[in-house]
Each structure stands twice: as structure tokens, then as C-alpha cells.
Write a protein that binds this ligand. Sequence first.
Ligand SMILES: Nc1ncnc2c1ncn2[C@@H]1O[C@H](COP(=O)(O)OP(=O)(O)OP(=O)(O)O)[C@@H](O)[C@H]1O
Ligand SMILES: [Mg+2]
Length: 348
Amino acid sequence: MIELEDLRKEFRTKSGSVMALDGITLTVPDAAVHGIVGPSGAGKSTLIRCLTLLERPTSGAVKIDGENLAALPEKQLRRQRHRIGMVFQHVNLFDSRTAGANVAYPLTVSGMPKAKARARALELLELVGLADRAESYPAQLSGGQQQRVGIARALAGEPSVLLCDEPSSALDWATTRQVLEVIKKVNQALGLTVLIITHEMAVVRQVCDSVSLLARGRITQSGPIRQVVTDYGSALSRELIPLAVTPVGQARAQLEVSFSSADFSIREVLKLLADLGGDTAIEAGTLETLAGLRVGRFQLVVAAEAREHVIGHLRAAGLHVAEPGAEPEARPGARPEARPGAEPEAAK
Ligand SMILES: Nc1ncnc2c1ncn2[C@@H]1O[C@H](COP(=O)(O)OP(=O)(O)OP(=O)(O)O)[C@@H](O)[C@H]1O
Ligand SMILES: [Mg+2]
């Protein structure tokens, strides 16, 4: 389990001070996969550096399995660091050592006999699907395979937490998927708690159980995928269900309708939208399956004079309707009750 309590990091520079982390409080439960997303400069790298205590936080606690690493003196900290495995954007394997020797390296350094370290390395390579490549050198492996060796190496010290800093941003999407599958597999096989820093929502969609949005050193939205994605209109919901941007003529109004299978039969919503009448067009739409929910976002274009009527009709049906560019809709927080007649989730 990872617990961050009111974590702050202030950098003092000649031109003033920067609050790179401004009171981060976050709990990632045992065996969960949590994603942290945020724009450039949000504090993602600083957060990772403070989590590993490569950078000392200005204040606050970094607890791994209940132990506050931020309070430990350097010597004890070195002993506790094995609790944390790190996977980086660039793997940095030793070119002159085989995959097996790369994974065994941290073990032999910490005093494990060579034969035992080699056997352990083989087990770990098997876990990441590379048992047959133990004798290969990094140059003989693809980028994705090298990243998997990096994951095996990160697991060598039997960490309880795996921190992944942009683990896939140097990879194409097909390879990214494989690497993420391996991360999910080790998460499940070893019960490892995983924190992934990423700028790709696709990564969050594929492996994360929960996600936080970091902006200017603060967490502005956080929660299980199911919860944030149905917080329609919120920053993370919009990013998780992206829509193409389409131009609209002046005499037309643009509306965005969001819904999920938690509250609606998708078939009924599609029928409702299709039946809106000749002058309403569906300009763009996304229907996705996320955290076991089917979630949809559709962009409608209606004649300006029909706008109010259409909004009223859709809201009366319980749908979330937003007008891009207009003031955000007041959200009392409660979602509409599931409607009678909505299909059971499996049937959707
Ligand atoms: N050593 C440092 N000294 C001074 N300011 C720093 C230092 N490291 C980071 N910062 C500042 O802290 C803020 C957060 O930086 P950080 O590198 O954590 O962002 P990031 O979210 O990782 O961005 P990116 O996506 O571009 O990598 C920025 O304003 C940055 O300029
Ligand atoms: Mg960074």
C-alpha cells in the first residue's frame, strides 16, 4: 500500500520558489494499479522522485506498507528502498550483459550467491514471458522485450510497490499493450501495488483501476475509473471518452450527451438520439467499455431554435447534457437512478 500525506516539494531557485508538489494526499491500496496523469510541468516526475526519496520532500509523509520513508535517515532508507521497484521510460540495461545477467545483477550486488541469483532471474524472466531469451543481449531484443527485462529486474528485490515512470512512451501502441499486459500480470501474480505515471489516457484505460489528475502540484480529480468516467463533464471523464472536434455553423447549437450502462440501456439511448428528429445530427460519438461499464459520449448539432427543447427532452430522460463553450452545467452530484427497463449489464 502507498500512502502519501500532504506531500510538498518546494524548489528554491534564484528567480523565486516553485511549489512543484502542493499538498498531495493519496492512498493506493494493496494490489491496485493507479495511474497519475497530468500536463507537462504538473509535477509528475517530482512526485516519482519524492516517492523513491531520490528527492527529499519539503514536508509530508511517503508511506510504503505503513512505513514513512520520508522520516528515515539515509542509512535506513537505503535498506528500505528494496520495497520499491522502478520501471523507467528508458530501460538502461547493461549492453555487455545478457538479459539474465541484467536481471541477476541487483541480486548479486546485494550479496546473493551467483547460482541462486541466476535461478531467480530465470524465474522472473519467465514471469515476463522471456524465459527463452535469458541468453540474449539487449541489442538482440526489441524495445518492448527490453522493457520487459527492465520489469523483471525491477522485481528482483521483491518489492511490494512498482513505480512506472512513463513506461511506454518510447514504444509503439502494439508494444505498449504487451508491456502493460505484463505489468498487469505481475500485479496480479505477485499482488504488487502499481503506480503508473503517464501522459497517455490509453494506458489508464488499459490497466488502471483508479486514476488521479495532477495539475500544478495538486490532485484535482481522483477515484476509481468507474467513478471518474461517470463524473460526466469532468476533466478525466472527457479525456477517458474523447470526442473528435467538429466545426459548427452559426445557426446551429452544439450539445454533448454522456451516459453509461450503469444507468441506461445503451440501445435505448441510441434510439432516443436517433428519434430526436430530422434537424438533429449526431456529429461525433464514442462508445467504450471501461472498468466493466459501457460509456458513451455523443456530440449533437441542433438548429439554434430547437436547442432548448432538445436539451429539455434529453435531460428529462435523465441524460447528462453539456453545451461545449457554455457555462458548465450545475451538477448536484447525484446521478439519476437506474431506470426501470434498463438491461442487466451483461446484456448490453
Ligand atoms: N530541480 C528543480 N529545480 C527547480 N524547479 C524544478 C526542479 N524540478 C522541477 N521543477 C519545477 O517543478 C515543476 C514540476 O516539474 P516536473 O518535472 O515534476 O513536471 P512533469 O509533470 O514531470 O512534467 P513533464 O510532463 O514535462 O515531464 C515545474 O514547474 C518545474 O519547472
Ligand atoms: Mg516529467
